[in-house]
Design a protein around this ligand. Structure first.
Ligand SMILES: [Zn+2]
Length: 427
């Protein structure tokens, strides 16, 4: 006989008691450490969760609700959820049984309607064996013998329940940002001394705070959030690069874009207890000016490179209050790669050749930024030489024990003339 562990919660909402609610469908979003089920419900529903063992299951009882004919099933790559079963219970109620591969900590909450969806009941299944404490330990155990890699956190905006902006031809921002993030990460990983960390690597939602937390856990030296914006006027186009402003937006458009991006948590769905104090005001206020300077420096480098391959929406770095840029200790920028609402740019964003040009431009910006600021204890910095007064190419070659010819090739040098401040890559 299955043993009932405990009753997790029971949310009561008035309207469901009056008539019968409908569950019109279920969407399932599998992330590496959690699976989210989103029930489209016709009204806020009263429900309760039961955790069962042997085998592991979560039972969702929804009061006064109608059966879903054919509930969506999880994909094969879902590590937690095995199967979804639904049946009527006590005549008017609905019971949904979630068969699991392992023990989970479930959490549920209701989401209000938005542009795309109506009322929703969200069930989050968190891997019980991956406790937060253990995760922190795992990522902080980094035994270093010698210099480390420069780490760049690439954040693909939106995901899962939050599609982001949607183009006229149906392009979803969340898919474009993920494609671009993966391309950029591949470029970074090809560069010796550099390593990319993908904050999101699949179609699921991560809260804005958790994105920052993941970057900090990875000890990122730079955080790049990738987006593609939309505006009501379809003629608006071009790339822009943003840094965080605590004081207010640099333009009305910047304010609108920040508002839109910050609403992702409402659309993607974040339960109240996710709002932890990691980023307490105090930390934000203590934000080092060096972090801000780094953000602006990288923003300028990347904007210049983007200007070579696309129209710029604004010629200068913009500032606005983006929640995802609020890491107090990691230089962070948000790149609006193009306007998905502009038909021409929507087409380009879907074009793999353009995606390559875009990520190549960002990569150039990354290299130029780290040429200037890579921490001395990184392999990357140790592969760079900044020319000082009196340096000659042959002396540098001797110092690093590389043939002069290799030095010329690695730096595209046609002559042996070098200037003070120039950065040479040491092959
Ligand atoms: Zn966005």
């Amino acid at each position: 006989m299955p043993r009932i562990l405990f009753l997790v919660c029971c949310l009561l909402a008035g309207p469901a008691l009056a008539g019968q609610a409908r569950v019109d469908g279920i969407r399932i979003w599998a992330a590496p450490d959690n699976t989210r089920l989103v029930f489209d419900v016709s009204e806020p529903v009263a429900h309760s969760l039961l955790i069962l063992k042997n085998p592991h299951r979560v039972v969702v009882d929804i009061d006064a609700a109608k059966l879903i004919p054919d509930p969506t099933q999880p994909g094969k790559d879902d590590g937690l959820l095995q199967r979804v079963r639904a049946a009527a219970r006590n005549g008017d109620d609905l019971r949904v049984v979630l068969d699991l591969n392992r023990q989970v900590r479930p959490k549920s909450f209701l989401l209000r309607p938005n542009e795309q969806y109506g009322h929703r009941l969200v069930i989050d299944l968190h891997d019980a064996e991956q406790s937060p404490a253990r995760k922190v330990t795992a990522s902080s155990v980094q035994i270093h013998s010698g210099p480390r890699d420069v780490v760049i956190a690439i954040d693909a905006g939106h995901g899962g329940e939050d599609p982001g902006a949607i183009g006229k031809r149906g392009t979803r921002e969340k898919n474009i940002t993920l494609a671009l993030a993966r391309r950029l990460a591949a470029r970074i990983d090809r560069e010796p001394g550099m390593r990319a960390v993908l904050i999101r690597d699949g179609d699921y939602y991560i809260s804005l705070r958790k994105r920052i937390r993941k970057a900090r856990e990875a000890r990122a030296d730079l955080f790049i959030s990738i987006h593609a914006d939309a505006f009501t006027k379809r003629s608006v186009k071009g790339s822009s690069v943003f840094v965080l402003s605590q004081r207010g937006a640099s333009s009305e458009m910047a304010r609108l874009i920040a508002k839109r991006e910050n609403e992702a948590d409402l659309i993607g769905g974040v339960s109240l207890d996710d709002k932890d104090d990691l980023l307490a005001r105090v930390l934000i206020d203590l934000q080092q000016s060096v972090t801000y300077e780094g953000s602006v420096r990288f923003a300028r480098e990347s904007l210049r490179e983007l200007g070579r391959i696309n129209t710029l929406h604004k010629k200068h770095v913009e500032k606005a209050g983006f929640a995802v840029l609020k890491a107090p200790d990691i230089p962070s920028v948000l790149v609006e790669t193009a306007f998905i609402s502009n038909p021409q740019e929507e087409r380009r964003l879907n074009d793999t050749a353009f995606q390559e040009r875009l990520t190549a431009a960002l990569m150039k910006g990354i290299l130029r930024y780290f040429d200037q600021v890579a921490p001395v204890n990184t392999r990357f910095a140790q592969r760079r030489h900044v020319i000082r007064r009196g340096d000659t190419l042959s002396e540098i070659a001797t110092t690093y024990n590389v043939p002069v010819d290799n030095l010329r090739v690695a730096n595209n040098l046609r002559t042996d003339t070098i200037r003070i401040g120039q950065v040479l890559r040491i092959p």
